[in-house]
Design a protein around this ligand. Structure first.
Ligand code: NDP
Length: 448
């Protein structure tokens, strides 16, 4: 017993020592490794094969210079990253993030999470992540295009539909995927649809991909509530962020009869007690690429709070859909005090370890991002399927597939948590489920 716990603690300390300064990566590894002791007890051969140690070390990490010129001719230098974390189950798969905060530690934390998430979907995809410390905010379309072209001019040699298949993430939406795909196609002289996902449906993308992460997190929450004899209908909800994930989470919550009273961006929070008008949010954020503060200018009943804490607004369901570590322990306690019964993570690792502990101890239904936001990458895998078969599915059929996948993810996490003596704990369920699927393949492949 003690030997296994000590072994896991050593693995965590080794990761911290060998990856200095990468706090988000340390956090992600610790959160997973701490739940794996029961697995090593039940399956000691995973310890012999050093599967945890190997899973914590990326298979490859690429860092490259991205030079580009702005509209005035000034030269800028950014740093590009792609971390291929694990390819035991399929080609590397995971999004690209363009945000000024991007560094190697953030990309590694996201890539590590992605390994487990992708395994949980049951689709044949490995885990990866990438991006650049480029901030698209305030940049013209031409500047974004030049940046994407420069980024892909290096990255293309590492990609391929059987090698590594990126998608979007923060700061990388349909516009960026278009420029990236255009440059890949031009350089390689191949129309290789399956090399990127999140494409526009008019040239190889899948319907529902845009909506998939947001819809998926709501489906996951619906399953968690169902297990407790509750429904989404009539619930008051709060959704942080106002980007791709947040917008479609709000859309699905409203479609299922909930009322979303608040959303946010990195500058502040908008609280509309009558219910957020999604059409206004979409126009401001998606069309005008503006700030959420403009919402309150148009809807006088709404309050805008610069740098406000969205989690202090009373709600029954909370969906963090912005970024990592946005929901800390104090915020979790505020949610609990206000009667929140479910938290579903649309973002990756949005809740701090103290926040997760508080939610679990209070008995809040908690859906970790690895499971709850897996609908996005699952639908990316459906996009790859359509590309491989030169087919295009209807919206209804694709959404039905997504819905089934989310129900399966919830059921499998639930069953795994029960099997490993932590009933109702989706952290344990998702970590172990993902680990077992990857570990089995890694053992089969030998020491590579
Ligand atoms: P977007 O760029 O479309 O939107 C991000 C939103 O979060 C924006 O409203 C942004 O505000 C806000 N935000 C970003 N950084 C911060 C910050 N540091 N503090 C506060 N708010 C911030 O990204 P996505 O919606 O695609 O991604 C959101 C989250 O979901 C990320 O954690 C991502 O990794 C995760 N995710 C995304 C998937 C996808 O399919 N897109 C799949 C699975 C997970 P602002 O407008 O001010 O920048």
């Amino acid at each position: 017993m003690a030997e296994i716990d000590a072994r896991i603690e050593n693995i965590i300390q080794d990761v911290i020592r060998r990856n200095p300064g990468e706090s988000e990566f340390h956090q992600a590894v610790t959160e997973v490794a701490e739940t794996l002791a029961p697995v090593l007890r039940k399956y000691p051969h995973y310890a012999e094969h050093k599967i945890i140690e190997r899973i914590c070390e990326p298979e490859r990490q690429i860092i490259f210079r991205v030079p580009w010129q702005d509209d005035s001719g000034e030269v800028h230098i950014n740093r590009g990253f792609r971390v291929g974390f694990n390819s035991a189950l399929g080609p590397y798969k995971g999004g690209l993030r363009f945000h000024r905060s991007v560094n190697l530690g953030i990309v590694k934390f996201l890539g590590f999470e992605q390994v487990f998430k992708n395994a949980i979907t049951g689709m044949p995809i490995g885990g990866a992540k990438g991006g650049a410390d480029f901030d698209p905010r305030g940049r013209s379309d031409d500047e974004v295009m030049r940046f994407c072209q420069s980024f892909m001019t290096e990255l293309y040699r590492h990609l391929g539909e059987f090698t590594d298949v990126p998608a979007g993430d923060i700061g990388v939406g349909a516009r960026e995927i278009g420029y990236l795909f255009g440059q890949y196609k031009r350089i390689t002289n191949r129309y290789e649809s399956g090399v990127l996902t999140g494409k526009n449906p008019s040239w190889g993308g899948s319907l529902v991909r845009k909506e998939a992460t947001g819809y998926g997190v709501v489906y996951f929450v619906e399953e968690m509530l169902k297990a407790r004899g509750e429904t989404i209908e009539g619930k008051t909800c709060v959704v942080s962020g106002s980007g791709n994930v947040a917008i479609y989470a709000i859309e699905k919550l409203e479609a299922l009869g909930a009322r979303v009273v608040a959303c946010s961006d990195s500058d502040g929070v908008v609280h509309d007690p009558r219910g957020i008008r999604l059409d206004t949010v979409q126009r401001i954020k998606e069309v005008e690429r503006g700030r959420i503060s403009a919402y309150a200018d148009e809807h006088p009943q709404a309050a805008y709070q610069p740098a406000g804490n969205i989690w202090s607004i009373p709600c029954e369901v909370a969906l963090p859909c912005a970024t990592q570590n946005e929901l800390d322990e104090a915020s979790a306690r505020a949610l609990i005090a206000n009667g929140c019964i479910a938290v579903g993570e649309g973002a990756n690792m949005p809740t701090t370890p103290g926040g997760v502990r508080a939610l679990l101890e209070a008995g809040v239904a908690y859906g970790p991002g690895k499971a709850a936001n897996a609908g996005g990458v699952a639908t990316s895998a459906l996009e790859m399927q359509q590309n491989a078969s030169r087919d295009a599915w209807t919206f209804e059929y694709t959404e039905q597939r997504l819905h089934e996948i989310m129900k399966d993810i919830h059921r499998h996490c639930h069953e795994t948590a029960e099997e490993f003596a932590s009933p109702g704990n989706h952290v344990v369920g998702s970590n172990i489920l993902g680990f077992l699927r990857v570990a089995e393949a890694m053992v089969a492949f030998g020491v590579i």
